[in-house]
Design a binder for this molecule. Structure first.
Ligand code: NAP
Length: 309
């Protein structure tokens, strides 16, 4: 998707390697923003598809880097990215910044940064926090961590992709850590909504009719997150306004309704189990934030969980 609102930029030429849905969106945002852009992809057809939009198509990565000052890579993961960069001639990235935008765990990001530092590469790691349609728009957000001077060096170019190009700290794993945490919140929210929708539709309602009521709960969450964060950081979990004993009963209603509706009830059972453990450990008068202490200790893994991914 192009960005008609983008204004031409003076940003120097860029190269994009890895043209899945996200890499293609990044390349299109550069082109829409007036950044001379060369693209490369392992499967050439995805690069050719960008030629009519003004992209230069390179036969190999070294030629794609060419005169670009910034190489943006958006491969599937960090391992394939390192392998790809390793295949470049040593001098190909001299005085250039390689910006790695594949998702990763924090540990993998730190590994990639150490790998680059050992080779003298100017490498910056980012985490894309928006879906493809938002790339290049004013709502685009990409987090960066590690070598701040590299973000500043490429900022005019990178802000074409995301006006909100935020530096979040010198730990190269920090952008990935925040990405992982934000996705944790996002998937938990989406899955909670889907479970509730399954309950609603099993009992004669429609998901679309339930959605406005679900959004009522969303409106409460910003202040709730602030309160939970303060409690977690203070290590104090007052239950003056609500307490776990009361919340355990409310969660029991979700579990029962889910089971009565013939649904997979693992999600409410998980929440109910956490609250029950906290109550059993004597925290019934505490607030919901006490659950963090239950989450901090990994249970003994089930055999199949131990083998998962
Ligand atoms: N899509 C989104 O909404 C979104 C949002 C945030 C973050 N991200 C992150 O952006 C990254 C790219 O995602 P995507 O959506 O564009 O789809 P994707 O399917 O993960 O992209 C795959 C890209 O990586 C290339 N690739 C994979 N293995 C390779 C290898 N060994 N050597 C060279 N190239 C290799 C593929 O090349 P071929 O075409 O040759 O297979 C393709 O260009 C992922 O890390 C994803 O988590 C995506």
């Amino acid at each position: 998707m192009t960005n008609p609102a983008a204004s031409p930029t003076q940003a120097p030429a860029a190269a994009v390697a890895g043209l899945g849905p996200m890499g293609s969106a990044l390349a299109r945002a550069f082109l829409a923003g007036g950044v001379p852009t060369t693209v490369w992809n392992r499967t050439r057809a995805k690069a050719d598809a960008l030629a009519p939009e003004g992209a230069g198509v390179a036969a190999d990565l070294a030629s794609a880097v060419g005169s670009a000052r910034t190489l943006v890579t958006c491969l599937r993961d960090h391992r394939s990215t390192r392998e790809l960069l390793e295949s470049l001639p040593a001098e190909a990235l001299t005085e250039r910044t390689a910006v790695v935008l594949a998702s990763s765990t924090p540990a993998e990001a730190r590994e990639t940064q150490a790998w680059a530092d050992a080779r003298g590469l100017d490498l910056l790691i980012g985490a894309i926090m928006v879906p493809t349609p938002l790339i290049g728009t004013e709502n685009s957000l990409i987090l960066y961590s590690g070598r701040k001077e590299l973000l500043e060096r490429s900022r005019p170019t990178l802000e074409v992709l995301a006006p909100r190009s935020e530096y979040v700290g010198d730990d190269p794993g920090m952008a990935s850590l925040l990405d992982t945490g934000m996705l944790d919140v996002f998937f938990a929210g989406m899955t909670g909504f889907l479970h509730a929708s399954a309950m609603a539709t099993a009992q004669g309602s429609a998901a679309a009719d339930f959605a406005p009521w679900a959004k009522e709960m969303l409106a409460i969450l910003p202040a709730t997150f602030d309160g939970l964060a303060a409690a977690v950081d203070a290590g104090e979990h007052p239950g003056h306004e609500d307490n776990l004993a009361m919340e355990l009963a409310a969660l029991g209603h979700i579990v029962h309704t889910s089971r009565e509706s013939g649904l997979d009830s693992r999600l409410p059972e998980l929440m109910h189990g956490l609250a029950r453990t906290a109550v059993e450990r004597g925290h019934g008068a505490d607030g919901w934030s006490r659950v963090v202490d239950m989450l901090r200790k990994a249970p003994a893994p089930e055999p199949e969980t131990a083998q998962a991914g």
